[in-house]
Design a protein around this ligand. Structure first.
Ligand code: SAH
Length: 230
């Protein structure tokens, strides 16, 4: 009995330590990878501090959850590098009343980060298994202002349009016209554009009335934007 209690106490303390450890690693990630590299939007920084990235990666990757790189999440897909998640969140200038659409839910991590800043996030995933587990994970973690749909995100999410911002996390060969249509007047979209086999350009697309402007932000490497039937 005593032995069992001691054993249980030991296990509990190990678990407690590992949670502390993740908190420490996350704080370090935010300082070194986010703030030191020039992200200054307070709400984005707070969101990166708040979302437990280790809960969004497969068990085998948990120890790498706060490293400065993308990580595999199964089905040939990846969760983006923390800096890229923060950068893409910052660049859309999210505000608390905003409604944001994400294409490429993947693990659900990026949607969780955005959901800490804005009113509502809609996210679409084309791989059903990833979409289902992202949905479950987000629910379990209490991210109740995120809605996940399994579909080809090329067509956006008409029912909830227009959006203040759209974040695309897979590399498209062109900007899907339905996404431009579903952007609010004054809205911003961030999207990696280019061939899936080369370096792509992360682009900022802004809609002002009938006018669409685009700006190249930086070279990036994302998994390909797929189409239903691929
Ligand atoms: N934002 C994710 C990153 C996932 S990687 C995260 O935080 O984990 C990009 C994701 O886009 C992959 O899961 C891929 O399956 C998905 N994807 C690719 N093409 C898509 C499309 N046409 N519609 C919706 N999702 C798509």
């Amino acid at each position: 009995m005593v032995r069992k209690t001691v054993y249980l106490l030991f296990i509990t303390s190990l678990l407690a330590f590992s949670n502390d450890d993740y908190d420490r690693q996350r704080e370090q990630m935010v300082n070194r990878q986010i703030i030191n590299r020039g992200i200054s939007h307070e709400l984005t920084i707070e969101a990166m501090r708040a979302v437990p990235r280790h809960e969004f990666v497969p068990q085998a990757q948990r120890r790498n959850a706060y490293s400065d790189s993308p990580l595999p999440i199964g089905y040939g897909q990846t969760i983006s590098q923390p800096y890229i998640v923060a950068y893409m969140t910052d660049i859309i200038q999210p505000e608390s009343h905003h409604r944001v659409l994400e294409i490429g839910a993947g693990s659900g991590y990026h949607a969780a980060v955005i959901s800490k800043v804005v009113d509502r996030v809609y996210t679409i995933e084309i791989i059903p298994e990833l979409g289902e587990s992202a949905k479950e994970r987000l629910e379990q973690q209490g991210f109740d202002n995120v809605e996940v749909k399994i579909a080809d995100g090329y067509y956006g999410w008409e029912e909830h349009a227009p959006f203040d911002a759209i974040v695309v996390t897979a590399a498209a060969e062109h900007i899907p016209p339905p996404l431009i249509e579903q952007l609010k007047d004054g809205g911003k979209m961030v999207i990696p554009v280019g061939s899936p086999f080369f370096v792509q350009q992360l682009m900022l697309v802004e809609k002002k009335g009938e006018k669409i402007t685009t700006r190249n932000l930086m070279p990036v490497r994302f998994v390909p934007f797929r189409r239903a039937g691929d």
